[in-house]
Design a protein around this ligand. Structure first.
Ligand SMILES: [Zn+2]
Length: 244
């Protein structure tokens, strides 16, 4: 991908954001990758284990963040493909409806915070759009659920291009609940929502901030999840092959 190619994509009619099929923004084959039931992915995220020894909360997701799904999410977040918000939100809403039974009681649905700079660059709060859809899906299934964008993230670099350790460091102390929003959270169950689970640093920092404000985080939901670190297999000829 070159800059010129990216620029053309903004100016001309574009194909499927995943596989490139012409004349459709998000083709049925790519959509099918987000259409299955949600599954648990928290074991993949090393940074969800917190220093205080508390166990990771369940995190549900819809797809591996690989191949066509990864291309589409990158296009959505960083290449202006906001036409994907509707199908992605639709997938999140349908999936959330199946989670209502597992959550059990009323929840606040809280989007992961973005920096003001990334919201300006994208023109929209993507995690907020997903969280609204998740709240809608839970409500569809009869669970009282309310969108609650209570987290803010100040300063710091965008997370793009940072490794696990740097992401955690970048986030430390930057995610917080403004004092004026804290009363809404006291004693409430919270489901956190983000676009992709990578290292878990964002969800862990969000969970800490919410729990300091008196909420109880019962789980997380992301559209996709990055598979864990590649497993290196030692072959007899001493060649290394990366998998997964
Ligand atoms: Zn496609």
């Amino acid at each position: 991908m070159t800059f010129a190619h990216d620029l053309l994509g903004l100016l001309l009619p574009v194909g499927c954001a995943g596989c490139g099929t012409d004349d459709v923004a998000w083709c049925p084959r790519c959509a099918a990758r987000l259409a299955g039931p949600p599954w648990r992915c928290e074991d993949r995220a090393p940074r969800l284990d917190r220093l205080d020894g508390s166990v990771p909360v369940p995190v549900w997701t819809l797809a591996d963040c690989t191949g066509d799904v990864r291309r589409a999410i990158v296009a959505w977040k960083d290449r202006g493909r906001l036409d994907l918000t509707r199908p992605f939100a639709g997938a999140a809403r349908r999936a959330a409806a199946t989670l209502a039974g597992q959550l059990g009681a009323a929840v606040l649905v809280v989007p992961a915070p973005s920096t003001a700079a990334s919201r300006r660059r994208r023109g929209v709060d993507l995690a907020g759009a997903l969280a609204g859809a998740v709240a809608g899906g839970l409500a569809d299934a009869g669970l009282p659920a309310e969108l609650a964008p209570v987290l803010v993230r100040a300063g710091g670099r965008d997370q793009v291009g940072l490794g696990a350790r740097d992401r955690a460091r970048n986030l430390a102390g930057q995610v917080r609940v403004p004092t004026s929003r804290a009363p809404r959270l006291r004693g409430r169950a919270v489901l956190l929502v983000d676009d992709v689970l990578t290292t878990g640093a964002t969800l862990a920092a969000s969970r800490s901030a919410l729990e300091r404000a008196g909420a109880h985080v019962v789980g997380g939901f992301t559209l996709a999840s990055t598979p864990g670190p590649a497993v290196t297999v030692q072959l007899p000829a001493a060649r290394r092959v990366s998998t997964g």
